[in-house]
Design a protein around this ligand. Structure first.
Ligand SMILES: [Zn+2]
Length: 80
């Protein structure tokens, strides 16, 4: 790795531990659930999941798990 790239790598490590700098606007995740795979989407501050539990509730174990993984980068539903 050249020195320029090494400096960028060090800066990236600092950024990686500072999640508040990152605000996820949208993403699509293929989630390998216990029983079935699920497609989870996050767009404009809202979650969507194709599992049965999500319908009418607006969150489920899949969206909640992703909120935990993305902590600091997406606003949790419970915090709105
Ligand atoms: Zn789900």
């Amino acid at each position: 790795m050249d020195t320029g790239l090494m400096r960028k790598y060090e800066k990236a490590k600092g950024y990686a531990s500072d999640r508040g700098r990152m605000n996820v606007e949208s993403m699509v995740v293929q989630f390998s659930g216990v029983n079935n795979p699920h497609r989870v989407e996050f767009h404009n501050g809202s979650w969507k999941c194709d599992c049965e539990f999500f319908v009418g509730r607006d969150h489920c174990s899949h969206t909640m798990a992703l909120e935990m993984v993305m902590q600091g980068m997406v606003q949790p539903v419970s915090m709105r």
